[in-house]
Design a protein around this ligand. Structure first.
Ligand code: PMP
Length: 361
């Protein structure tokens, strides 16, 4: 039986990448050592690091004015590091609340001493089934405006970015390199890698170099929380996650073969459309999200009652469609169809759901 993994993260990785890892696990680049054993101070690793950074910037169409950090601590640590490092002039940050992970980002920013985190738009009242309307102008002056480009739990995503003159910061964890944006519109992007890029244990921060030398940058931050200190040491202030960076490198190479972000985003559109079209035509299943703001990556859906949801999940699991249970805060089902989920996986899932519906009328 072919298994399809619809988990929200850690998530499916490209099969050719896993095969390559298996093939070269005992001997990395003819070194006679495993990638799991090599030093982060070795030439082998410093070359790998430079190559990974260059590939990522190329895929994102970013120039010399951007730097990339390869960190640990997850996207969750960035909820703290972002305000700590860049809410340093006005000491105020604007947040758009589009769901669970935005709320977590706002809560953590509010804990940073001296920083005020304001919610400037929210879609809480609609149950987060849409992206909030963004005010045309921000009334106050802020160090940055923070958005969550893809809401992993609620299944919404920004199709257009807010028009703003305030520096734009994004938690892009769940649609990083899966949806096309003009990345130069952002001053800072962060993403946990465990959805579209690598196994858990790596966090990407892409930021304008200018932020690293800003005169308001605090001088006395703990080094591991300081973007400037981390950038000065090529993310190797302590031992970086060597294996995860190696995997990210392979995934980026795979992404190049898929036509880069534009190519994969087109395929993701096709995959998502297939599933949404089915859900919209179904009498049993329902996706509650406003159609224009649906995520390409995470597709939540519900039947009319919890018992039927559970039955679908049980039957799907038995048929090899794994991890379809919705997040505990919203229930129902959720299919995460990241870059590495093949089109056939979605096609087979839709056929399965169709059969289930036909049998349960
Ligand atoms: N932001 C978003 C949008 C997420 O989906 C997640 C994880 N599901 C997080 C933040 C938290 O990520 P991490 O576990 O890497 O801290």
């Amino acid at each position: 039986m072919t298994i399809y993994n619809f988990a929200a993260g850690p998530a499916v990785l490209p099969k050719p990448v896993l095969e390559q890892v298996q093939k070269e696990l005992l001997d990395y680049d003819h070194s006679g050592m495993s990638i799991l054993e090599i030093s982060h101070r070795s030439q082998l690793f410093t070359d790998l690091y430079a190559d990974t950074k260059a590939r990522l910037k190329q895929l994102m169409n970013l120039g010399d004015d951007y730097d990339v950090l390869f960190l640990q601590g997850g996207a969750t640590l960035q909820f703290t590091m972002v305000p700590l490092n860049i809410a340093t002039k006005h000491h105020r940050a604007a947040y758009i609340d589009s769901g669970h992970w935005s709320v977590r980002a706002i809560e953590e920013a509010g804990k940073v001493p001296g920083v005020q985190a304001d919610i400037v738009a929210t879609s809480k009242a609609s149950g987060y089934t849409e992206i909030p309307q963004f005010p045309d102008v921000l009334k106050d002056t802020y160090d940055y405006l923070h958005i969550t480009t893809n809401n992993t739990i609620e299944g919404t995503a920004y199709q257009q970015l807010p028009q703003t003159t305030t520096p734009l910061v994004a938690d892009m964890s769940s649609n990083f390199l899966g949806q096309q944006y003009d990345f130069t519109k952002f001053d800072l992007i962060y993403a946990g890698a465990q959805k579209n890029l690598a196994p858990a244990g790596l966090t990407i921060v892409v930021l304008k170099k200018q932020l690293l030398t800003d005169p308001n940058h605090p001088k006395n931050l703990p080094a591991m929380l300081d973007y400037t200190a981390l950038a000065n040491k090529d993310s190797a202030l302590n031992t970086p996650p060597v294996f995860q960076i190696y995997m990210a490198n392979l995934v980026l190479q795979w992404l190049e073969t898929q036509g880069g972000v534009a190519g994969i985003a087109q395929l993701n559109q096709k995959k998502a459309a297939l599933l949404y079209n089915f859900l919209d035509s179904s009498k049993l299943f329902n996706n509650p999200v406003k159609p224009a703001q649906r995520s390409l990556m995470n597709v939540p859906f519900l039947t009319p009652d919890k018992a039927t949801d559970a039955k679908v999940i049980q039957a799907a699991t038995a048929a090899g469609f794994l991890n379809l249970k919705g997040h505990r805060s919203v229930g129902g089902l959720r299919a995460s169809i990241y870059n590495a989920m093949p089109f056939t996986g979605v096609e087979k899932l839709v056929n399965f759901l169709m059969d289930f519906e036909a049998q349960h009328q």
